[in-house]
Design a protein around this ligand. Structure first.
Ligand code: SF4
Length: 322
């Protein structure tokens, strides 16, 4: 049986966007609103959904860039929420993030050698005289040459900068890496190279990934299981093969139908969703997808569907399965 590395229980992150004259919240953006799932040791868990569904906010909570509003986080069985700020920081080394925009996430005034060495110094992982050797090793792991350590981020292409971001994340030997849309800012021709690199590094360093993306096509090759988010909620979780072959939630079916294919036998009828994603400040009552769902029933507006296991390891939040 798989060993759970990160267990996320009923996690929520709400942002107050407006208050009345007494300072009381009158508008609250529910970016993440009661999400539960676990990430097993050594797996790549793909988290997918449209922009604004809360997936990046969730990732930032895991790496301690945001404090959750409520819910529980267990890492290797340890309750991270119960830790004080200093104890929580000690766990930061084990949970790293690769950011969407490699240029914005690298300090333009530092050489890439210094950028990769910085977390090693901060965490006091090696004696000073061994750090350079480690930086060269990490550059080599991500396909960059040793002489490039003296260059600055602007001297690299987008794909190379993302390789630097990956090397920086690896520098502290993390157990879990949150990959936040790591290829969405890259040219299509470079995306496959970076995905292959991440996959090779996962095997080499026995890494666990939470791989965030806005499309199901990106996570298809790298993920073992996939979770689909919509407006702050998880609507479907399943092993990759099961999800792509047998999607159950109407939203997942629509996302999958949007993946282009050149194989005429695999061509599916495109499901065009009507309307825009509703505001997370004022989400629809009942099922949050009901304003765009092509299978909506009368009962969908009244009650929020809970995530239920509809077949082994396949969970769906939809009243079609009540
Ligand atoms: Fe559609 Fe209803 Fe299922 Fe929501 S609960 S996804 S509105 S069928």
């Amino acid at each position: 049986m798989s060993e759970v590395l990160m267990d996320i229980q009923n996690l929520a992150k709400h942002f107050v966007v407006d208050t009345n004259f007494l300072g009381k919240p009158v508008a609250v953006l529910k970016a993440v609103d009661g999400v539960s799932f676990s990430i097993n040791k050594g797996e790549a868990f793909g988290l997918v959904g449209e922009s604004g569904c809360g997936k990046t906010t969730l990732g930032k909570i895991l790496v301690n860039l945001y404090r959750q509003t409520s819910g529980k986080l267990f890492f290797e069985g340890k309750d991270l929420i119960a830790l004080n700020a200093e104890q929580r920081r000690a766990y930061s080394k084990d949970i790293q993030m690769i950011f969407q925009d490699p240029y914005a996430s690298l300090n333009p005034k530092m050489t890439i050698g210094d950028i990769i060495a910085e977390p090693i110094f901060i965490n006091r992982l090696l004696p000073k005289n061994q750090v350079e050797e480690r930086v060269i090793y990490l550059l080599n792991c991500v396909g960059l040459a040793r002489h490039q350590r003296n260059r600055y981020p602007h001297e690299f292409s987008g794909g190379q900068r993302q390789r630097v971001g990956i090397a920086r994340a690896l520098a502290v030997e993390p157990k879990l890496i949150v990959c936040d849309e790591p290829v969405s800012a890259l040219d299509v021709s470079i995306q496959a190279q970076v995905l292959n690199l991440l996959s090779d590094l996962q095997d080499e360093f026995k890494l666990t990934y939470l791989f965030i993306a806005h499309g199901l096509n990106v996570v298809k090759h790298i993920s073992d299981r996939v979770g689909v988010m919509y407006l702050g909620k998880l609507v479907e979780i399943a092993p990759k093969k099961e999800l792509y072959a047998n999607p159950q939630h109407p939203y997942t079916q629509a996302l999958l139908s949007a993946i282009p294919t050149i194989n005429p036998e695999k061509k599916k009828e495109r499901i065009i969703l009507q309307g825009d994603v509703p505001s997370p400040i004022n989400p629809p009552a009942g099922c949050r997808f009901c304003s765009r769902c092509f299978k909506e029933m009368d009962s969908c507006k009244g009650n929020e569907p809970a995530l239920k296991e509809v077949s082994p390891d396949h969970f769906v939040a939809c009243h079609l399965f009540d």
